[in-house]
Design a protein around this ligand. Structure first.
Ligand SMILES: NC(=O)c1ccc[n+]([C@@H]2O[C@H](COP(=O)([O-])OP(=O)(O)OC[C@H]3O[C@@H](n4cnc5c(N)ncnc54)[C@H](OP(=O)(O)O)[C@@H]3O)[C@@H](O)[C@H]2O)c1
Length: 293
């Protein structure tokens, strides 16, 4: 299979979508990215997607569009369902009609976090909240309507673009002498630029039509407290960070206490080697101009 010349990127203004645009401009001069937001292409209209693909001779789709506000989803289930299930099903159906690579992102939140060893793609899902349930249903719909769909589950995403934990911490460090951060939730902080690089490697691979579920996260594990401490140290902040328990910081949506994902399938079958999370964090802070000299 030839590498796709025209790629459709949905949710192009989000963290992963923005990083994809940067990498495509830098590293893939022969690929044209058709980057769409909700106003350019309505993902709830299958005919509109179908027409767009034909008009622009799209040869691969990377779906970064998603309803990602985990807590808001608890009271906004309909919008979460439309973006995370209906839109995904539409994209999968159209990709199936055209028989082109379709890469869709999902989340560590499909698991309940009751394990204490890294989750494999084959482990049983048990989503805890509305966002998590819609993401899991989106995965199932995509694979049902297009078995060649590649589902890339990732976690704890941050970037110089969009809203994320790193940017929130940097803002709070500048505003307050002390903050509290949860230390009993464990996961894998993952730089959206690394997710984007992995998605592009997959979509440009001769194996891009081999559907299935894979996990991509940085190597190593951290609690939110560990992550905050690393941002604090690497940015040269002097803010005091106090470790607290999840029940001391109640949120509308429950989160998995342990959401470490195993990346073995990508490492062994695709030779994709994720970076260590702290090294990736340094790269992101450097890009943001926030790395201490
Ligand atoms: N962020 C995380 O920590 C995290 C963790 C695990 C997995 N993931 C998954 O990774 C993927 C990318 O996440 P991200 O952090 O890059 O997300 P993000 O920054 O929140 O961006 C989401 C994008 O989707 C668009 N969007 C939302 N609802 C839409 C709709 N109804 N129709 C069309 N576009 C819509 C948004 O556009 P507007 O700006 O116009 O709303 C935005 O461009 C998602 O599938 C997410 O579930 C994320």
């Amino acid at each position: 299979m030839n590498p796709p010349k025209h790629i459709l990127i949905t949710g192009a203004t989000g963290q992963v979508g923005s990083e994809l645009q940067v990498l495509l401009r830098q590293n893939y001069p022969y690929t044209t990215a058709f980057c769409v937001g909700r106003t350019t292409l309505d993902l709830l209209q299958m005919e509109a997607i179908e027409a767009y693909l034909t008009q622009h001779r799209i040869a691969a789709i990377i779906n970064c569009a998603a309803y990602t506000q985990v807590d808001k989803a608890e009271t906004d289930a309909e919008q979460a369902y439309l973006a995370n299930v209906v839109a995904v099903e539409n994209l999968a159906r159209v990709a199936n009609n055209h028989q082109i690579p379709f890469l869709h992102f999902s989340t560590d939140f499909v698991f309940d976090g009751n394990k204490n060893t890294p989750y494999e793609p084959t482990d049983t899902a048990n989503p805890l909240g509305v966002y998590a349930r819609t993401k899991y249903e989106g995965e199932q719909k995509a694979l049902q309507h297009y078995p060649n769909t590649i589902i890339l589950r990732t976690a704890w995403v941050y970037s110089s673009f969009g809203h994320n934990f790193v940017k929130t911490m940097l803002r709070l460090f500048a505003e307050r002498p002390q903050i509290n951060v949860v230390y009993d939730q464990i996961g894998c902080p993952t730089y959206a630029a690394d997710i984007a690089a992995t998605a592009l490697a997959i979509i440009h691979s001769p194996k891009a039509m081999q559907g299935g579920i894979h996990h991509f996260v940085s190597k190593g594990v951290a609690s939110w407290y560990d992550f905050a401490m690393a941002i604090n140290e690497l940015s040269g902040s002097t803010c005091h960070i106090e470790p607290i328990l999840t029940h001391q910081y109640p949120t509308p949506a429950r989160r998995p206490p342990y959401s470490v994902l195993s990346t073995q399938t990508l490492q062994q079958e695709w030779d994709i080697q994720p970076p260590y999370w702290r090294e990736a964090l340094e790269r992101c802070l450097k890009t943001m101009g926030s790395l201490k000299e």
